[in-house]
Design a protein around this ligand. Structure first.
Ligand code: BG6
Ligand code: MG
Length: 218
């Protein structure tokens, strides 16, 4: 029986995958590269430093920087990213997000956040949805990022709910894998071609809303 829903943030509750890509692109341009568009999907769900490796590899610059230089580059990207989300408000929530959170609460489900982003607590407050979340996993305490199951398992542990009683919602291929390896049901949001490892994919959260309406009627 489903008792909890565990959300990803970027690309699910808000369309910040775009801002992440623009920040990487700005950094790449400053380093003299043109970032291929595929990087946008490749870094979905992937931690900041691991994303930097993907970015550098995509422009054949994976040998150019030392580890300490890479820390600086990741920090610069984060400054650009923060700049792009600093004026976020409730208006920036994905369509249907608040209605979905309300529906889940009304039906007695627990709600958790399992985002790889260290900026997602800021977004929860800025978009005025923090009150819906029973727990928020701190990605800093997770050793292995998505696609490892750790962050979703941590959410279930903090909620004190068995993984098989949880649904995870993701826009990333790596995120879907993480949910599946945690032994949970995975719902994908976004491009079905990108989410080829997920059997239930919706275009948007309104589709997810209808899924839960049906589930609660059963
Ligand atoms: C994920 C995004 O949610 O968070 C990734 O999909 C991003 O693109 C990752 O790299 C880490 O985010 P941040 O904000 O801590 O750099
Ligand atoms: Mg995401």
């Amino acid at each position: 029986m489903i008792k909890a829903v565990i959300f990803d943030m970027d690309g699910v509750l808000t369309e910040t995958s775009h801002q992440h890509f623009l920040a990487w692109n700005r950094l790449a341009e400053e380093l003299g590269y043109i970032l291929p568009l595929e990087v946008k999907d490749a870094v979905r769900g992937i931690s900041r430093l691991a994303s930097l490796d993907i970015v550098l590899k995509a422009v054949n610059a994976d040998k150019r920087f030392t580890e300490s230089e890479k820390l600086v580059l990741a920090e610069i990207k984060n400054i650009y990213y923060i700049e792009s989300i600093k004026r976020f408000t409730a208006e920036d929530l994905s369509e249907g997000a608040r209605e979905l959170l309300e529906l889940l609460k009304e039906n007695g489900l627990k709600i958790a956040l399992a985002s790889a982003s260290k900026n997602s607590k800021f977004l929860l407050r800025a978009m005025e949805i923090k009150q819906y979340f029973d727990i928020v996993v701190d990605p800093a305490v997770i050793q292995k990022g998505k696609p490892a199951p750790d962050i979703f398992l941590k959410a279930a542990e903090l909620l004190n709910i068995a993984p098989e009683d949880c649904i995870g919602i993701e826009d990333a291929y790596a995120g879907i894998e993480s949910i599946q390896r945690a032994g949970m049901t995975a719902l994908g949001v976004g491009d079905a071609a990108v989410l080829s490892n997920c059997s239930i994919v919706f275009d948007n959260l309104q589709g997810v809303y209808s899924y839960f309406v049906r589930l609660f009627r059963e």
